[in-house]
Design a protein around this ligand. Structure first.
Ligand SMILES: Nc1nc2c(ncn2[C@@H]2O[C@H](COP(=O)(O)OP(=O)(O)OP(=O)(O)O)[C@@H](O)[C@H]2O)c(=O)[nH]1
Length: 235
């Protein structure tokens, strides 16, 4: 069965869209809505569509066919409405492939990242680390700054086929300074909900930190201007 989602939408990667789609708590009387662009990445078949559809519709339908991979939907998080733009995208195996050339733009577009592997597929786990490096490089964030990234081990229900232990997932997340969840999109909604709500919190935090950073830079700049003026006045 192929689910027809009423919430599909095409999102352009043009610069105008990038700026309007960044997470903004718009001020003023008109709106107080936050918008979050989320890129869901992972190897083929790990459950990117299943996880996304589970979050947005609470349903698991088994097969996802050729669904378009961008969804926009309003969800209430902690009593506030958030517009989620969620894009699920397969791991780029061949960097010469045309769609891979857009990878950097997709990363720039995103405010937060959900990196999925399947606990029954070690190869899908092995690519998580390099995907994080790719994101950090594209976001020009190779230092200690924390990017809103969550690592998700999906298909937890397949414990008899487990190829990656929970401990390995947790350790990877710890070493990469990311959050970690193990879920089953097939079996439960709550874990999936936690993933996206947790990510929204991270996105909010990172926005606050960058705002604060700008604030401090602004204060330093204006203080230097004052002192420079005093020095010239006293000459
Ligand atoms: N047992 C189990 N199967 C799952 C789970 N999540 C997804 N699947 C199955 O895994 C298969 C792939 O799921 P998709 O959501 O299409 O995976 P995807 O990562 O979007 O796949 P691509 O679009 O091919 O990259 C489907 O048969 C799903 O039913 C899960 O939590 N447990």
């Amino acid at each position: 069965m192929v689910l027809k989602l009423p919430l599909r939408r095409s999102v352009s990667l043009s610069p105008e869209h990038q700026s309007s789609a960044s997470p903004a708590e718009m001020t003023g009387p008109t709106a107080l809505k936050m918008e979050a662009n989320i890129l869901v990445l992972g190897a083929d078949g790990v459950g990117k569509s299943a996880l996304t559809v589970r979050f947005l519709t609470r349903r698991f339908i088994g097969e996802y066919g050729e669904l378009e991979s961008i969804y926009s939907h309003n969800v209430t998080v902690d009593g506030k409405e958030v517009l989620f733009n969620i894009w699920d995208y397969p791991y780029c195996k061949d960097p010469t492939d045309e769609s891979c050339a857009e990878e950097e733009k997709r990363i720039q577009w995103a405010d937060g990242f959900v990196l999925i592997y399947s606990i029954s597929d070690r190869a899908s786990f092995n690519i998580i680390c390099q995907t994080i490096q790719l994101i950090k490089a594209a976001k020009d964030c190779l230092g200690p700054e924390k990017l809103p990234i969550v690592i998700v081990g999906n298909k937890r229900d397949l414990h008899h086929l487990r190829a990656v232990s929970s401990e390995e997932g947790r350790l990877l997340a710890l070493s990469m300074d990311c959050d970690f969840y193990e879920v089953s999109a097939a079996e439960a909604y709550h874990g999936v909900l936690m993933v996206f709500h947790g990510l929204v919190d991270k996105i909010k935090e990172s926005k606050l930190v960058s705002k604060r950073g700008t604030g401090i830079r602004g204060i330093v700049k204006s203080m230097s201007a004052v002192f420079a003026r005093r020095r010239t006045d006293s000459l």
